[in-house]
Design a protein around this ligand. Structure first.
Ligand code: 17E
Ligand code: FE2
Length: 413
């Protein structure tokens, strides 16, 4: 198959891109060689590697309103509403898979091909783990899924929490998760982090921890995570998610912290739309934004990717799978709307996510790499974020997983 006359993100000029048997085979300057009649005409649109969703909870998606909506909009009412859901609704593997698959179809429409999902392992029937592990296997040629053992109610703050984590890892979950800021005490929080790193070493797994997801400037579990990652040289396989408290740290502490963050090599994830919605709820005015220091991390050369967190679940009532909306929110909230930032802002939902998931090998428009790409109805990052351009073609391992005909408006003046 040949895509003719496309821009390639980050390169000058137009190209013809050929892929065969799921792999890119040839990339030549447009017009240099004859192309087959059935080549796909890109007409100058931009090709790039697919979008990456580094942080979502697929076991909870599309449950908003059952048994009731989160009326306060706080993280804590989200957690208690989910607790009601999981203890009152029948949990059926086929139903969880269907909801998750509906969310994956939404994401596919917006160019996502790699997804890391959390799955609550303090839901003790383990139907969520079963469902998402099955889906991960069934979908692997279409959308690549990684799972995280996420202890929603804590590891040490629930009875047998460690056993639940271990059971999930035995069932094939990809990453070890955690929630230190939600453990009963600071001591439990720290002990949970040490345990998470031990477990990751035991299972040779990656780490992705909900860390300091709270507007409490005293919540400093990130320094413990980064220190563990530094000591064990596991930074490149470790993600600190949310780190909302960093938005409330004082600058003196933060400047000290950044040295460790850089040396540790850990990666970051922020979910700006979800955090803007959930955090700042207990403030009067001025209200905090409740997000981590996206721009400062980016400027320090620390990897940070943006994710959705939720699609219509007890934590966040809206969302349709469109990472461009998350990016739009993130660059506003993070003051990244300067001209220079806009030139490469798509990194935040593409390559940076791929680094968090450790899938860079499969990622890139280069001969010899798997034919994973999207085609956007726009020509560069600036235009795509300004227009929230639709993805019109999405190809994974050479298979077309989504095609779209964008709507055309007729203006009558
Ligand atoms: N659970 C949690 O602790 N935090 C979140 N943002 C979500 C679930 C979505
Ligand atoms: Fe989350």
């Amino acid at each position: 198959m040949v895509i003719t006359g496309c821009r390639i993100r980050g390169k000058e000029g137009l190209y013809d891109v050929t892929y065969d048997n799921g792999v890119f085979t040839k990339i030549v300057v447009h017009g240099k060689e004859e192309v087959p009649k059935d080549a796909y005409r890109a007409d100058g649109r931009m090709m790039m590697p697919p979008f990456v969703e580094p942080h979502i909870h697929l076991d909870c998606v599309l449950t908003a309103g059952i048994p009731h909506y989160n009326m306060s909009g706080t993280l804590f009412e989200g957690i208690s509403t989910w607790h009601e859901y999981k203890t009152t609704q029948p949990l059926v593997v086929s139903e969880i898979k269907e909801r998750a698959k509906t969310a994956l179809r939404l994401m596919a429409e917006y160019g996502v091909q790699f997804v890391r999902t959390h799955v609550d392992v303090t839901e003790t029937s383990f139907k969520g783990v079963e469902a998402l592990e099955e889906l991960k296997e069934e979908m692997k040629d279409i959308i690549e899924i990684q799972t995280v053992a996420f202890p929603q109610n804590g590891i040490l703050s629930v009875r047998d929490g460690k056993k639940l984590m271990e059971k999930a890892m035995d069932m094939g979950v990809s990453c070890v998760g955690g929630i230190p800021h939600y453990e009963f005490s600071r001591e439990f929080g720290i002990e949970s982090i040490n345990y998470i790193f031990d477990l990751a070493e035991k299972y040779d797994a990656m780490i992705d921890v909900h860390c300091d997801e709270i507007d409490d400037g005293q919540s400093r579990f990130l320094e413990t995570m980064a220190t563990q990652a530094w000591q064990r040289e596991m930074g490149s396989r470790t993600v600190a998610a949310h780190t909302c408290a960093m938005g409330s740290y004082n600058d003196a502490y933060c400047s000290k912290l950044f040295r460790l963050l850089k040396e540790s090599g850990i990666r970051f994830n922020s979910c700006p739309s979800a955090s803007m919605h959930l955090q700042g709820r207990i403030d009067t005015y001025p209200k905090r934004r409740g997000i981590t220091r996206i721009k400062e991390l980016w400027d320090a050369g620390i990897n940070i990717a943006l994710g959705q967190d939720s699609i219509a679940d007890p934590w966040y009532p809206i969302g349709v799978g469109n990472l461009l909306r998350v990016l739009e929110m993130g660059i506003h909230a993070g003051h990244m709307t300067g001209y220079e930032d806009l030139q490469h802002c798509l990194d935040l939902i593409s390559i940076n996510g791929a680094r968090n998931l450790c899938v860079e090998e499969e990622y890139g428009i280069e001969a010899g790499k798997p034919a994973n790409f999207i085609l956007l109805d726009g020509k560069d990052d600036y235009e795509v974020i300004r227009y929230l351009s639709p993805v019109i073609l999405s190809v994974h391992n050479g298979n077309t997983i989504m095609e779209k005909t964008p709507a055309v408006a007729t203006i009558h003046f």
